[in-house]
Design a protein around this ligand. Structure first.
Ligand SMILES: C[S@@+](CC[C@H](N)C(=O)[O-])C[C@H]1O[C@@H](n2cnc3c(N)ncnc32)[C@H](O)[C@@H]1O
Ligand code: SF4
Length: 406
């Protein structure tokens, strides 16, 4: 079987933060007492990138995303070195997008102008809340004033294409409080808002000692009221947590949700690459622990896992992603991104439609209905390999936390 390769993106993981937030289950670690090992990590990343590119050098690259952790702890020069190497190895697309995640507590004057000079075109800022008590309860290292200051810096640098990460259903938060946060965020004129309900993730300090959170009904009311406000401001919910005016969607994240290809370099990064001639899609994962990642003496030693995805899993993973999108999917996109024949999944699609979870649209598309969006886990479970059971929180690919991506 020969496959056509879908668009290719690059994810670069920078795993350190000033300190670990109590709710966060990302692969992020407090900066070691000896300081940020920036030079050693940059050298490892460049080596990792060369290694990852060996199967796909010369392909068009649609985007790069520096995620973390806190990428804004790294100097613009380091970010520029990685971008320079990526430009040598691949063909940047005409509308090449380069996003950098930043924590408002780490951006001193002039920093964003330097990042822009290094090739960054988009910034994702972790605002989370504009209420000092909420920020303290979340263990954030910054005030709302610093978030406003960071946005001013973005404007000065000409980086108008920025996202604000906001969380709701925070400890002791009221509906009015959640809406006030959103109002402050919108007042800063972002091009994109990622709006996440705070969840208690396994292994976090919040899971061990949960703070008092709003009940499900209150959280749902916050979500609904926020959705109306975002829509009134011209933002469209193009994915479960992602809002943007038309044309301002994050291309990098859209590529994940369209089930495109991506290389993942850096500690714990995941990748997915189509090998057209072998007719295979291969998933990779890098060694998660930053110390072990740095200690590797050969590029192969940074690879923790590399496995070919079977046909059943391929179909499931496609639906796990595209069902998050307001625009859904088409039979043609299924065949292009999985190399599988449409009839192999026509059954579950018809069942989802008959249950009112999917709606057929003109031009051969299917989109999740409001019911399907509300019961997304049930809808996704219809596509589980060899099962018609309704599972919840099924995420064999580890993509769930990767869904929280500005
Ligand atoms: C990797 S972090 C991004 C940026 C940067 N490290 C920061 O925090 O400022 C991605 C985003 O995921 C969201 N997030 C992290 N943990 C979460 C949780 N337990 N529940 C909901 N959202 C969460 C936060 O909004 C966070 O900004
Ligand atoms: S939320 Fe952001 S700043 Fe906080 S620990 Fe996670 S990655 Fe680091």
């Amino acid at each position: 079987m020969t496959l056509r390769a879908p668009p290719l993106a690059l994810y670069v993981h920078l795993p350190w933060c000033v300190r670990k937030c109590p709710y966060c289950d990302f692969n992020s670690h407090a900066v070691p007492a000896a300081g940020l090992p920036e030079r050693a990590y940059l050298a490892a990343l460049l080596d990792d990138l060369d290694f990852a590119a060996r199967d796909c050098a010369g392909r068009e690259l649609v985007s790069v995303f520096f995620g973390g952790g806190t990428p804004s702890l790294f100097a613009a020069e380091s970010i520029g070195r990685i971008l320079e190497r990526a430009r040598q190895l691949f063909r940047p697309a005409i509308d090449f997008e380069v996003t950098l995640e930043a924590n408002p507590g780490t951006v001193e004057r002039g920093r964003f102008a330097d990042y822009r000079g290094a090739g960054v075109t988009r910034v994702s800022l972790g605002a989370q809340s504009f209420d000092e008590e909420r920020l303290a309860a979340l263990g954030r290292i910054h005030s709302s004033r610093e978030t406003r200051g960071a946005v001013e810096e973005l404007r000065v640098a000409g980086l108008d294409n920025f996202n604000l990460d906001l969380m709701y259903a925070l400890p002791h938060q009221t509906l009015e409080g959640a809406l006030a946060d959103l109002e402050q965020a919108l007042g800063l004129g972002p091009a994109h808002v990622s709006h996440y309900q705070l969840t208690l993730e396994p292994g976090t300090a919040f899971e061990r000692r949960p703070p008092p959170l709003p009940d499900d009904e209150s959280a749902f009311a916050m979500q609904e009221a926020s959705a109306s406000r975002l829509a009134a401001a011209g933002f469209r919910q193009y994915e479960v947590s992602a809002w943007a005016p038309p044309g301002r969607e994050c291309r990098h994240n859209l590529n994940y949700w369209h089930f495109g290809d991506y290389l993942g370099i850096g500690a714990g990064a995941h990748g997915k690459l189509t090998h057209p001639h072998a007719g295979a899609v291969v998933r990779t994962a890098r060694v998660r622990n930053p110390g072990r990642y740095l200690a590797a003496t050969a590029p192969e030693a940074r690879v923790e896992d590399s496995r070919r995805v079977g046909a059943d899993d391929l179909a499931f993973e496609f639906f796990l992603n595209v069902l998050r999108l307001a625009d859904g999917f088409s039979a043609a996109s299924f065949e292009l991104h999985t190399g599988l024949p449409w009839p192999s999944v026509a059954g579950p699609v018809a069942e989802a439609e008959s249950r009112g979870l999917l709606r057929a649209e003109p031009a051969g598309r299917w989109v999740p209905t409001p019911l399907g969006r509300r019961f997304l886990n049930d809808l996704q479970a219809l596509f589980l390999p060899g099962s018609d059971a309704l599972a919840t929180n099924t995420d064999p690919t580890g993509l769930a936390s990767a869904a929280r991506i500005g």
